[in-house]
Design a protein around this ligand. Structure first.
Ligand code: ADP
Length: 264
């Protein structure tokens, strides 16, 4: 296998995350699918692609409470409907990537993932490995998943990225989101917020104190959870960049670093 990059496009980029009905951000999705397609053609890397679900997931999950478990029968339908919505988004995302010659193959993580009281225990990765070796681009997305303690919990795209990066010893993990990286306060709420170019063992505690969740409805922990996840990784270089900046995702995939916040 060539060097592996795990790329995540956040739900804040490919959907209109602040909407209370599922809405795709088509201008962004189309531009980003082209950037990934161009980079995949020009570069020489294997790619696992993960996307967030934004307004296709967080709204229904918050409304139905399935992230806190199944406590009444009607939530079985909520679990099923939530999964269907994620698949609907994924089909539309895949269509745009196929138009740009990315050999994208959807992998519904909840088909084999097991959660334990909201903690992701693991999933089957044998087929994903084989697909990567063939040159396909396995694509995963946040899902409601079976939880052995509470019936259901949410397996976020962010958690999938960390898990697969460890499993396959990814060279790089790139998180593209709707802000320029990690700031010393939420840049959506404070226009004076300053970018933190690098998070290390020395400054991470201080950074986590200044970081919040998402500005939008988000049941998976927003920026704070991303940083905690990335700090766990050893041997994978990770970076949080702004996918709203045209060209950044392509440049990052082709090897450029320093476009946002690096986590070491
Ligand atoms: P995505 O949907 O792209 O995965 P999230 O909504 O989970 O993104 O996380 C990105 C959001 O994190 C930003 O839009 C911002 O509102 C929020 N955030 C909170 N604290 C910070 C911070 N210190 N620096 C940057 N972003 C922050």
């Amino acid at each position: 296998m060539k060097d592996l990059i795990v790329l995540k496009l956040g739900g804040s980029l490919i959907t209109e995350k602040d909407k209370d009905t599922p809405t795709i951000n088509y201008p962004n999705l189309k531009r980003l699918a082209k950037e990934v397609g161009d980079a995949y053609k020009e570069g020489n890397f294997s790619l696992v692609f993960v996307h967030g679900v934004g307004s296709f997931g967080h709204v229904i999950v918050k409304k139905t409470g399935i992230n806190n478990g199944i406590t009444k029968e009607s939530q079985l339908m909520d679990f099923a409907e939530t999964q269907r919505l994620q698949n609907e988004l994924n089909v539309k995302v895949c269509k745009e990537f196929l138009k740009n010659n990315v050999p994208i193959i959807p992998v519904q993580a909840s088909a084999t993932a097991i959660m334990d009281a909201k903690k992701f225990e693991g999933m089957d990765t044998g087929a994903i490995k084989g697909m990567l070796e063939l040159g396909l681009v396995p694509t995963l997305f946040g899902v409601p998943a079976y939880d052995r303690i509470q019936g259901c919990s949410i397996l976020s795209g962010d958690d999938i990225c960390t898990y697969l990066s460890k499993e396959f010893h990814a060279k790089r993990l790139i998180h593209a989101t709707d802000v320029g990286g990690v700031f010393d306060s939420n840049p959506k709420e404070n226009s004076d917020a300053k970018l933190i170019p690098e998070i290390t063992r020395e400054n991470f505690k201080e950074v986590l104190e200044k970081t919040g969740g998402s500005s939008n409805t988000d049941v998976t922990g927003g920026m704070k959870n991303k940083i905690k996840n990335l700090l766990e990784l050893k041997g994978t270089k990770s970076e949080i960049i702004n996918g709203n900046e045209p060209g950044y995702v392509k440049r990052a995939l082709l090897g450029e670093s320093g476009l946002g916040t690096q986590i070491n």
